[in-house]
Write a protein of this length. Structure first.
Length: 424
């Protein structure tokens, strides 16, 4: 139980952090101010500012996020009448605005009348005990201490998301899924190197286990199994199916060694029983492996393609069959799957991580508002129109998309709970 929880947290956090780092890196390259890079969710427990970005660690060790200037509700709204504590530099410019209501020795309390932190960069207000308003210039790199104590930099208009060139914004939006794809490919390649090669789906034999029926029958590595009980086979999966279907029953293998003429070999598979109580046969052979460098490297790309196309195929099939909640899995399903793969060892966890990473990247590219694919679609529309959508309309589209995503998450999570806890 504890091992499953820790593995789930690590896997889920790696997926989200790698995804968000893609957005972070290319936003920085595009000149977009990244106000915060958070590891975890919920209340802040640690923060450090560097080069305009506040790096935080938050209490709930699941996921993370990036706050880019000009996107969503990352800007703290200053409203007339609210009390502020401002800190001034030696030339009486504001270098810090404190909204946390904490008292500071050198801070100036002020009742806000008006503020512009995007273009004119000023704060106007009344100092307690005075009736005359005062106006202070705000430095471009001034910071705001938010209500929870997080200190972030203000965002002048020229460093906001919409001020970056269109292609750089598109790259910033695509970078999250791209990082997930890179992670998945890299992990699959790593698995291939750790395993020493890539399994090949043909009719040759790989490693022969000692004291197994295969060794007893005289089978050797690279022997070709041409037929089982007279039925021709050409793939490893066909050989496995034929052997598993005959537990304890003598079968005849047509075997060719070193390209010589085939000979018949009699062999009786051992009988094993799976978790459901079903018997199946084993003869103690492993699949053949391609140990070349090219095979190991290409394995990552081949697995990426298989997974990505299967997910897209599932999504497109919904247009014919309709939405089915069982086709999707939320955090509950991921946790349940984690519990299973942990039992199979480290390589299974790595494979699971790679699969989920590619899955996350593909899903995020779907053209749904609030997802990266939806943002890319708006970028394309902007490129065709020659100008961005009205911010109010874009906000409505994003809000609707977010609402639909939340509804989908609720439906999928409830379906997962019923499946895994109530067996429905």
């Amino acid at each position: 139980m504890f091992q499953t929880i820790i593995t789930f947290i690590i896997v889920f956090s790696i997926l989200v952090i790698i995804h968000e780092f893609g957005h972070f890196y290319f936003a920085k390259k595009a000149g977009i101010l990244v106000r915060e890079f958070a590891i975890g969710m919920g209340p802040k427990i640690f923060s450090h500012r560097k080069n305009g970005t506040t790096y935080t660690i938050r209490m709930l060790p699941i996921g993370g996020y990036v706050r880019m200037a000009g996107i969503g509700d990352e800007d703290t709204e200053l409203k007339p009448g609210m009390p502020l504590n401002i800190t001034l530099d030696e030339v009486q410019q504001v270098n810090q605005i404190d909204l946390s209501n904490k008292q500071h020795l050198h801070a100036v309390p002020i009742e806000l009348l008006e503020a512009d932190l995007e273009q004119a960069l000023f704060i106007k207000g009344i100092i307690p005990g005075s009736s005359e308003p005062v106006t202070y210039a705000v430095k471009r790199d001034a910071t705001i201490i938010e209500a929870d104590g997080t200190e972030v930099q203000i965002a002048p208009i020229d460093v906001q998301y919409q001020s970056a060139p269109l292609l750089k914004r598109m790259m910033t939006n695509f970078a999250g899924p791209m990082n997930n794809f890179i992670l998945g490919i890299a992990v699959f390649i790593t698995i291939a190197f750790v395993q020493g090669g890539v399994t090949v789906n043909d009719n040759r034999l790989g490693e022969i286990q000692p004291d197994s029926p295969a060794e007893t029958a005289g089978l050797r590595v690279d022997d070709k199994i041409l037929a089982v009980n007279g039925e021709e086979i050409a793939e490893w999966t066909e050989l496995v199916a034929s052997i598993q279907a005959n537990p304890g029953n003598e079968i005849t293998l047509s075997v060719s060694t070193d390209g010589q003429e085939a000979r018949d070999v009699l062999i009786t598979p051992d009988t094993k029983t799976d978790e459901q109580g079903n018997d199946y046969g084993l003869i103690g052979v492993a699949p053949p492996m391609d140990r070349s460098l090219m095979a190991k490297i290409s394995y990552g790309f081949k697995e990426f393609w298989v997974i990505a196309t299967s997910i897209f195929g599932l999504v497109f099939s919904m247009f014919r069959t309709g939405f089915q909640a069982d086709s999707f899995g939320g955090p509950v399903a991921i946790y349940a799957a984690t519990e299973q793969v942990v039992d199979y060892g480290f390589l299974s966890v790595l494979s699971f991580l790679a699969y989920l990473s590619i899955n996350l990247g593909v899903v995020n590219l779907l053209p749904i508002p609030a997802l990266d694919g939806g943002k890319l679609l708006l970028n394309v529309v902007e490129g065709i129109r020659g100008k961005p959508l009205d911010p109010e309309k874009e906000g409505i589209i994003t809000a609707v998309g977010m609402g639909l995503l939340l509804l989908l998450m609720v439906i999928v999570t409830w379906n997962d709970i019923q499946r895994f806890f109530f067996g429905q």
